[in-house]
Design a binder for this molecule. Structure first.
Ligand SMILES: Cc1cc2nc3c(=O)[nH]c(=O)nc-3n(C[C@H](O)[C@H](O)[C@H](O)COP(=O)(O)O)c2cc1C
Length: 622
């Protein structure tokens, strides 16, 4: 029987122990080095710890103490890392990022973007999943597929964090330092305010003023610059040449973007930044200086003709499902346009089974590469069924997901995806023509997804044809629609928000400045418009059905997280789509907004594609 430390105490274990030699060779269970007496008998032998059935290493850290000290490690952790419990209890886990137990900084190959994401997750008390380079005590590099799970006390406060490590061999050349180590520019290269090295006298005089500049480049870059927002980094870059130089580092810029936009958005933007770099992308998405409209010409066509279809993007693929064909025929076909292809063209997808045909439904992207169809109007009336299509499957097939008790059958509702896998559906219209005001959520990441109505003490008036846009990871902005107002139905120009991360999420009206504030405008009330969430959390709306007004290309921009949010008009050059309502929009590659379809009042547009480019995609020097 061995002894383990748990929550600062020593506890006895007899079930959960692995012996290192045993793990390697036999199925027999022996004792493992956990207690001091055991250590000499069972040394943690380096270099021979890879075996096929990996048991899981895990640690528990105290979240109520500063710097998350370890209070428990299991024996698998000891075996894989070569560190004994006694050596690591009370320390922060970051020592695994140091190649040498005596090293005082993380190895340059440890990705600072991942470290920064871990930091953010711990600060926000949310789960982390990701891969990070770690080192055994003897310096052997390991790939650590790390999961961090916060544990909440009865009062909701995070009291502990469990770290689950799945280690595997890291096949890397440690002599190749791909991540730029900051070579100290020191004072030989720049002065405190942009000129020459300070003399001793200057040093003592200026130390009060610019102590920050006495920090090493590495500390400045990793501990200060990488925690700022793109806007702040741009400002601090004007302090002096040395800091400006550091802000040009691509890794620092990437971390800064990640702070502002979160890791999910970063994934979709990665491809784009290969061409323009993170610095330029951050600037363009902040200032919107490069926004423009373009007409996009692609091959193929969506046939036969239809209206009221739904389209959605999964990465760089655009998918269109269903719609209302001639003689109100509900369509059930799926089309795909792959924008990564050399010559993109619409293709009908050969799916082995299809959901029943429909229009007025929603199509949303979940888990990066799957699409979900919900509701709409079918041959027999309104629907509340749900089907999922995995685009990456060898033989893509629409599969029905039952999900417990679904929301009422409906059409012209709105939907969005929160945190990658949670489908949210709100409002719409029932068979009897009644408008709805409910909001439902279904997490498609769980084994058995179940619909849950979000119980709110107050909800925006019931409506259809509104938009739901996600910002700030878990927040939703509802805008516009045809809303019930007393006994009549009116176009709405109101905005409402809800934060799903709150314990009891509540809809609240967002009071958007207009009167009195400079440049502020109020978008005319509308329904069936387009709403686009930008990577930085701002929302653009345009088009839709507007009473008696024809304001074809007017775009409105709102930052709902501002203290006093206000709409402003965004003037966009280029070739905009025709003014229409019922457009379908998809954001591809994070910063390309594709607009298709729509009703101009005279005709339905089907095969016309326009692009609202939020940032330049040409090859340019940063
Ligand atoms: C419970 C827990 C387990 C952790 N496990 C690891 C780990 O196995 N490897 C690692 O590199 N970092 C791990 N970390 C993350 C680091 O301790 C640290 O939080 C991270 O490096 C970011 O903080 P820093 O920038 O101050 O170093 C863990 C953190 C917690 C709270």
């Amino acid at each position: 029987m061995g002894r383990r430390r748990a929550m600062g105490r020593e506890v006895e274990e007899d079930e959960d122990e692995y012996d290192f030699d045993e793990l390697q060779s036999s199925g027999k269970r022996l004792k493992c080095g956990g207690s001091e007496e055991d250590q000499s008998e069972n040394p943690l032998i380096p270099g021979s710890f890879f075996y096929p059935m990996s048991p899981t290493a895990f640690v528990v850290c105290d979240a109520l103490e500063p710097d998350f000290p370890i209070i428990y490690v299991n024996s698998v952790f000891e075996i894989f890392t070569g560190y004994h419990a006694d050596e690591v209890i009370g320390r922060n886990c970051r020592f695994l990022q140091y190649r040498d137990p005596r090293a005082r900084r993380r190895h340059p190959l440890v990705d600072p973007v991942v470290v920064s994401e871990i930091r953010r997750c711990l600060e926000e008390g949310v789960e982390f999943h990701g891969e990070i380079l770690n080192f055994r005590k003897d310096g052997t590099p390991l790939v650590n597929m790390l999961q961090l799970k916060p544990i909440h006390g009865d009062d909701g406060i995070v009291t502990h964090v469990i770290g689950i490590q799945t280690f595997s061999e890291a096949k890397i050349d440690l002599n190749r330092v791909s991540y730029p180590v900051f070579k100290q520019t020191s004072y030989q290269q720049c002065d405190l305010l942009g000129g020459n090295p300070p003399t001793n006298a200057e040093n003592s005089q200026t130390s009060d003023v610019c102590g920050i500049l006495q920090l090493s480049d590495e500390v400045l870059a990793h501990n200060i610059l990488s925690r700022l927002t793109p806007r702040d980094v741009a400002s601090i870059g004007s302090v002096c040449r040395r800091i400006r130089q550091l802000t040009k580092n691509e890794q620092v810029r990437k971390m800064v973007c990640q702070n502002a936009w979160g890791s999910e958005v970063m994934g979709t933007l990665e491809l784009m930044t290969k061409r323009v770099g993170w610095g330029r992308l951050a600037r363009e998405l902040t200032t919107l200086e490069a926004v423009c409209w373009k007409k996009l010409t692609v091959g193929g066509a969506v046939e036969p003709s239809r209206c009221n279809f739904s389209a959605c993007a999964a990465g760089n693929r655009l998918v269109l499902f269903g719609g209302e064909g001639v003689n109100m025929q509900p369509m059930d076909d799926t089309f795909i346009l792959n924008l990564d292809a050399a010559n993109p063209e619409w293709r009908r997808m050969p799916v082995t089974s299809s959901p029943p045909g429909r229009w007025g439904h929603t199509l949303s992207c979940v888990n990066g590469s799957s699409l979900v169809v919900f509701g709409g109007c079918g041959r027999q009336g309104l629907l509340n069924d749900m089907f999922v299509l995995d685009l990456d499957a060898q033989q893509p097939t629409w599969k029905e997901v039952l999900g417990g008790t679904p929301p009422l059958p409906r059409s012209w509702h709105s939907s969005c995806t929160v945190e990658g896998s949670k489908l949210v559906v709100s409002g719409g219209c029932t068979d009897a023509g009644v408008l709805l005001s409910d909001t439902h959520l279904l997490d498609l990441m769980t084994d058995k997804p179940v619909w849950k109505e979000i119980p709110t003490s107050w909800a925006p008036p019931s409506r259809l044809g509104h938009s739901l846009s996600v910002y700030g990871r878990t927040k939703i902005l509802m805008f516009g629609g045809l809303a019930k107002s007393g006994n009549v139905r009116l176009r709405s120009g109101e905005a409402y928000t809800i934060d799903l991360e709150e314990d009891a999420p509540q809809w609240r009206q967002l009071v958007c400045g207009g009167v009195g504030s400079q440049n502020a405008v109020v978008p005319p009330p509308r329904l069936d418009h387009v709403a686009v969430s930008m990577p930085c959390g701002r929302i653009i709306i345009f088009g839709g059905s507007i009473a008696g007004l024809h304001s074809p290309s007017q775009l409105f921009l709102l930052d709902p997280s501002e203290e006093k949010p206000s709409w402003r008009i965004l003037n966009v050059p280029g070739q905009p789509p025709k003014f229409a309502w019922g457009h379908s929009t998809c954001v591809v590659g994070g910063a390309r907004v594709l607009v298709l379809g729509g009703q101009t009042g005279e005709e339905w547009i089907l095969n016309e594609l326009h692009e609202l480019c939020l940032a330049s995609i040409a090859d340019v020097d940063t």
